[in-house]
Design a binder for this molecule. Structure first.
Ligand SMILES: [Mn+2]
Length: 371
């Protein structure tokens, strides 16, 4: 095989949420999840370097929120800057960074490209032109504005052999959560029929569950929409999901042109997430016994959620104070506490409510859940 026919290989990851549970000056000493997020992020970069990827795409929600301490910004960008010395990087700003990435000198590396506005970048690889078009996360009316944003990327005026659309949005058919909620319609959902047929793949962050959509429209199969999902679970809605990233090939054929080749998902290590369901009608003694018994069964590295079953009961709920829980839960575990029914009401109440929701009592130890 000549070099010109070597497959192009790229890595797609997203929703790294760097800075999650990473307090710079913690008021309470306890195990934090922050480092896990950085570890998996570095694992993806290390894999890309090892397989000699031609480029890497981050589908957005690089950071966990828009205002990030300088230390987190540096911890995140420093390895990326070094990585970009050899491999080009493309980043879509997501909703958690409010469609803008924190400014840093590190981002001025000529090999780091950020879709700060709708635009296209063309790469020349092994004799093939690959165009990456994209735009930052759009909060309002993506359904109505999608075609206009596509046009603004200038992709149509760019001569290219392969086209990738990079974004951080919801496409109809995407599923999330423990009950497999499926997005179908709404101003914040892109219709399948609107997906551009002249692209080879749509690469997107935002949906934390890994999935590839290939909707059919008028007997025609659309361009694949590839969601790598998050690299660490950020909420209990993701507790049963495998986390990881995609390694994707673009095959070049002298006559037939380019097409998508192997799409391989690489899982990343994550800690088990387990739930303990407590009956709000139980007596104090029963509650404590149940809790101790369940804790003994769990993985010592577990991230646990305590959940109430039954009607709200302030008296029973009062037993589980944060200091009490901290005294009986092994320090190797992380925990959060869901007030009765609250999470059920909050969960995906609005399809565009992809913002942080505080699960757990507002106190030290409360865990903020992001999707
Ligand atoms: Mn996200």
């Amino acid at each position: 095989m000549t070099d010109s026919h070597r497959p192009i290989r790229f890595i797609l990851f997203a929703d790294t949420h760097l800075g999650f549970d990473y307090p710079i000056r913690p008021r309470v000493q306890r195990r934090r999840r922050g480092e896990e997020f950085f570890t998996n992020y570095r694992r993806v970069l290390a894999h890309a370097a090892r397989v000699n990827a031609d480029f890497i795409v981050h589908g957005g929600d690089f950071f966990f929120r828009s205002k990030v301490p300088a230390k987190i910004v540096d911890l995140a960008y420093a390895p990326l800057f070094e990585f970009a010395e050899k491999i080009p990087v493309y980043i879509v700003p997501g909703n958690h960074e409010r469609s803008v990435l924190p400014v840093s000198l590190y981002l001025s590396h000529p090999n780091i490209h950020v879709f700060i506005e709708p635009r296209s970048f063309t790469l020349r690889l092994h004799g093939t032109r690959v165009t990456l078009s994209g735009f930052p996360f759009q909060r309002k009316d993506i359904r109505g504005r999608f075609q206009s944003l596509l046009a603004q990327t200038g992709s149509r005026h760019t001569a290219s052999d392969a086209r990738l659309l990079c974004m951080h949005q919801t496409v109809a058919g995407a599923t999330v959560g423990p009950s497999d909620y499926r997005f179908r319609s709404g101003q914040d959902v892109i219709r399948s029929a609107d997906l551009p047929p002249d692209f080879d793949a749509v690469l997107s962050g935002h949906i934390h569950r890994k999935q590839i959509l290939r909707p059919c429209f008028q007997n025609r199969q659309s361009v694949p929409v590839i969601y790598p999902g998050s690299t660490q679970p950020t909420s209990f809605a993701e507790k049963d999901e495998v986390k990881g990233f995609f390694e994707i090939e673009i095959l070049q054929h002298p006559q037939a042109g380019c097409r998508l080749g192997k799409t391989e998902f690489h899982p990343l290590p994550t800690r088990p997430m387990q739930e303990i369901v407590l009956d709000s009608r139980a007596s104090r003694a029963e509650l404590v016994a149940r809790l101790q018994c369940k804790l003994a069964e769990l993985d010592k590295d577990a991230i646990i959620r305590l959940k109430w079953r039954g009607p709200p009961n302030a008296e029973t709920e009062a037993v589980l104070t944060i200091p009490y829980l901290r005294s009986i839960i092994p320090p190797s575990m992380n925990f959060q506490l869901s007030p009765v029914l609250r999470h059920q009401r909050n969960y995906l109440r609005r399809s565009d409510s992809f913002r942080g929701t505080i699960l757990g009592h507002a106190a030290e130890g409360a865990v903020i859940s992001f999707s």
